[in-house]
Design a protein around this ligand. Structure first.
Ligand SMILES: [Zn+2]
Length: 296
């Protein structure tokens, strides 16, 4: 312990403490100019049931190709009259594809909802970037979009706190992302960012975020980031982030491809560390849990 302390003091004295920033872990599942619908964020109170949360992100794709964000195996494909992955109502996800993948030795499930036409078969292996579907407006959906959801480290495909914020996994080319933790923030606390970080045009969605609604037992934080808010598709630049009337204020610099922690002082260099590390995972009999729910 004494040696560790001495090393830490030397590093602080030299002013060169280096913290790993991360990169996006998955390929964006749509063409690069298609935006995320920033008015319905991950963790925002659900439109279907405000006591719960939106458990994924909505991508504003009309009727266009959806690509696999990772390698993996198609775990389920088709319409879901038996409510296999669980919804507020049967068929909430419409036509969907559920792909099982793996990240750092943990199960990772990727859910693509509201599709018009799947292009893959159950048990099929897919590579990152494989066209898997034509998007659409099936199921509980008020307009064409792709509901994209990540579930991590699930013994089955849906367990408590298993959701992750896809905005921190699938950035647009040339963009970065910011995350942090507003201490003691009530659910859905507004987090503002200035100046406007979004690339416009064609990107036209909102430039603020909300802390997650953890009343929903399925909403989780990232295994490494441990955040309670995130802002995706941020142009490279320096930003001020504020919440709780300024009680939470951070200055953060983002570069292309970086996922940056706003709570680490900007005089500390955040070094890129690639964590894109997927392995194809063997399919095994479905460990169904018919009691689980998801929101769309
Ligand atoms: Zn959605």
């Amino acid at each position: 312990m004494k040696i560790v302390t001495q090393i830490l003091l030397i590093i602080i004295a030299a002013g060169t403490l280096t913290i790993d920033a991360q990169t996006f872990r998955l390929k964006r599942p749509v063409k690069n100019n298609i935006q995320i619908n920033g008015s319905y964020l991950y963790g925002e109170p659900s439109l279907a049931n405000p006591a719960l949360a939106h458990r994924g992100i909505d991508i504003a794709i009309s009727y266009d190709t959806v690509f696999s964000a990772s390698s993996g195996t198609v775990y389920f494909v088709g319409y879901d009259p038996n409510n296999v992955v669980g919804g507020y109502e049967p068929n909430g996800c419409g036509n969907y594809i559920f792909i099982k993948s793996n990240w750092q030795s943990k199960n990772l499930y990727l859910l693509y909802c509201h599709l018009t036409k799947p292009l893959v078969l159950q048990n099929q292996s897919v590579a990152e970037g494989t066209p898997i579907a034509i998007s659409g407006n099936t199921g509980y959906s008020t307009g064409p979009h792709l509901h994209f959801e990540l579930r991590m480290n699930s013994a089955s495909y849906s367990t408590t706190r298993s959701r992750r914020n896809p905005e921190l996994w699938i950035g647009m080319d040339g963009m970065g992302a910011i995350y942090g933790e507003v201490p003691n923030a009530p659910n859905s606390t507004r987090v503002d960012i200035s100046p406007d970080p979004k690339p416009r045009p064609p990107y036209t969605t909102y430039g603020y975020s909300l802390t997650y609604n953890f009343n929903d037992p399925y909403i989780g934080s990232d295994d490494i980031y441990a955040e309670n808010y995130a802002i995706g598709d941020v142009k490279p630049g320096t930003y001020t982030i504020t919440a709780l009337g300024g009680a939470y204020t951070r200055t953060v610099t983002v570069q292309s491809g970086e996922v940056v922690n706003a709570d680490i002082s900007t005089d500390v260099e955040q070094k890129i560390s690639s964590v894109r590390n997927f392995e194809l995972f063997q399919n095994y009999p479905n460990p169904f849990n018919p009691g689980t729910n998801i929101s769309f």
